[in-house]
Design a protein around this ligand. Sequence first.
Ligand SMILES: [Mg+2]
Length: 355
Amino acid sequence: MERDKINNLIKSGIFGLVVADALGVPYEFKSREYCEANPMTDMIGYGSYNQEPGTWSDDSSMALATLDGLTNSFEFDFDEGVYISNFSQIINYEDIMEKFASWLFEGEYTPYGEVFDHGATTFKGIANYKFENCEPILSGAKGERDNGNGSLMRILPIAYFIFFLSLKYSFSKYDMMEAIHNLSSLTHRHKRSQMACGIYVIIGIELLRNCFEENDEKLSLEEVVNNGISLAKEYYFDNEYFKHQFSHFDRVFSLKIQDLPRDEIQSGGYVISTLEASIWCLLNNDSYKETALAAVNLGKDTDTTACVVGGLAGIYYGYENIPTHWLEQIAKYDYINELIENFSNSLFEIIDENN
Ligand SMILES: [Mg+2]
């Protein structure tokens, strides 16, 4: 497998989410009515947080901190053969949590060294870890009201981690899902948040897999997304632990979310709304640009809806299809690129067949 192709795929998804997040920042909390009257058509600045164009928010910060933490997880001793008996154990959750804390309290992983937004549940999780000596995967709050989109918005990097390691190693589906659920649990430990992350990451993995199909074997966007959703449905169906959450995902599992009229798609901070809205935007648009703008123009939690769908759209349409003049405006572009390079270099060393 070529190093350049891996690197490019990681750039596609990570810049896909960062650019869309930045696009949404000036419109955060705007009502749908406002967006209908003044639709966003290009990257602008200022607005809700009075930030310059290209300023990305907590969503990207936490996704980048996750990417960086997963880079360190490649230090795991992979010498145990082709089968990894406990996949979830590879991930250094403590390191990722430390990185979250350095973001929240020290302004690491931010465009200008300061945190201008963070979610309440995210704050609780990081504080539990940092000040209450909680174990990382037990730090996230798990109340009904802790089902905001704060873990969904930062979870995408694990799709890369799982997909690429699966090319060289085998591990059980249970282990793979456990890793995703644990990563959500650092801040969001409710089963519904874990499950939303599970569904989203499986869609991401299926999109990555499709990128490696021969041209005549490639599936349509709708087929790939629906495959991902069906695989997730199969996993969660009859799963005793997640049983009581299943009905919350009925609209997603119906595979008909894209057919719903726009006014039935919510775009607030609830994790189910964000998952539904991102699938809806992805399947009702034909380019990265249109998809990201459609997400912002739903209003409310614009940066997060856009960020969540932006990562998937980035993978599907590719880095080359993210508008250049948007990429050029992204704050600390080189820094983000460096984090991506570090991740892909470490990954390549592990999966390279000559190693
Ligand atoms: Mg944000």
